[in-house]
Design a protein around this ligand. Structure first.
Ligand code: KIV
Length: 300
């Protein structure tokens, strides 16, 4: 941003703001009842949150995928609470209407229920989030109940839960066998009973996700889980073609921003080397009389 740019409002001034309503967990429920698909994307910074909010996304997840697509780690495991909160704050400054969900990082909720509640609370108290997401099924019920009891909406996450990658042995589709499918359905029902307002289903067979979605009264948000979910989420850096270390089968690339960035950077380098940037248009002029005075000062 140029230093002479006018101060920007931290909130979006959308043309149709009078017609738009803030999305809440109640909206999620209503959308499921009305069979209206719920849209969710990840964001990790102010401009992305601003753009997603401006076009009417229902929910923004500050995912721990941050670790991989922004911070360059091989897995989601290393990202810390402080890093997550830092990015959540930036996102909350850009979004006004979307439901804002902070993803609890690895080991911020697994060690004890008390720690889980305290860390969940930090997302709302310190970082402008309105709900949290955590991974796991029956083993997380105590934490889910305690966080919900503290007044914090919880989104669950089943299937390919990336924080358990070392147990899965890689980023592999889950619940493809009958026993695992049954366990996933049981976990989904238990999470609903424990108070989750919604559930992410990641990389599981489409017909299992559809069945789970029908059995639950809370909405499911699918990623690699087929069309039968109540909503869909993608990692924004995958959708924009900004993360090209690998592309999961379930990702649809809507743009190739990496190529576009490379084109712009190459053009900048070429302009600077060829002395065609900055041109007069991008330079600051001084009043000739002031310049003359300055010259005279120097001469005296
Ligand atoms: O961290 C993340 O971005 C996620 C989504 C894939 C749901 O958990």
């Amino acid at each position: 941003m140029s230093t002479s740019a006018p101060a920007l409002s931290t909130k979006v001034a959308s043309a149709d703001s009078s017609e738009r309503k803030k999305i809440t967990t109640a909206t999620f429920r209503q959308k499921k009842e009305r069979a209206e698909p719920i849209t969710m994307l990840t964001a990790y910074d102010y401009p992305t949150a601003l753009a997603e909010d401006q076009v009417g996304i229902d929910a923004i997840l500050v995912g721990d995928s941050l670790a991989m697509v922004v911070l360059g780690y091989q897995t989601t495991l290393p990202v810390t609470m402080e890093e997550m909160l830092h990015h959540c704050r930036a996102v909350s400054r850009g979004a006004r209407y979307a439901l804002l969900i902070g993803d609890m990082p690895f080991m911020s909720y697994q060690a004890s229920t008390e720690e889980a509640v305290r860390n969940a609370g930090r997302f709302l108290k310190e970082a402008g989030m309105e709900a949290i997401k955590l991974e796991g099924g029956r083993e997380r019920l105590e934490a889910v109940r305690a966080i919900v009891a503290a007044g914090i909406p919880v989104m669950g996450h089943l299937g390919l839960t990336p924080q358990s990658i070392n147990q899965f042995g890689g980023f592999k589709p889950q619940a493809k066998k009958a026993a695992a499918a049954r366990r996933l359905l049981e976990d989904a029902l238990l999470l609903e009973e424990a108070g989750c307002f919604s559930l992410v289903l990641e990389s599981v067979p489409a017909r299992l996700a559809e069945l789970v979605s029908k059995k639950l009264s809370i909405p499911t948000i699918g990623i690699g889980a087929g069309i039968g979910c109540d909503g869909q989420v993608l990692v924004t850096h995958d959708l924009l073609g900004l993360f090209d270390r690998f592309t999961p089968k379930f990702v649809k690339k809507y743009a190739n921003f990496n190529a576009e960035m490379q084109r712009a950077f190459t053009e900048f380098i070429s302009d600077v080397r060829g002395r065609t940037f900055p041109s007069a248009q991008h330079s600051i002029e001084m009043d000739p009389a002031e310049w003359e005075r300055f010259m005279q000062d120097l001469g005296s």
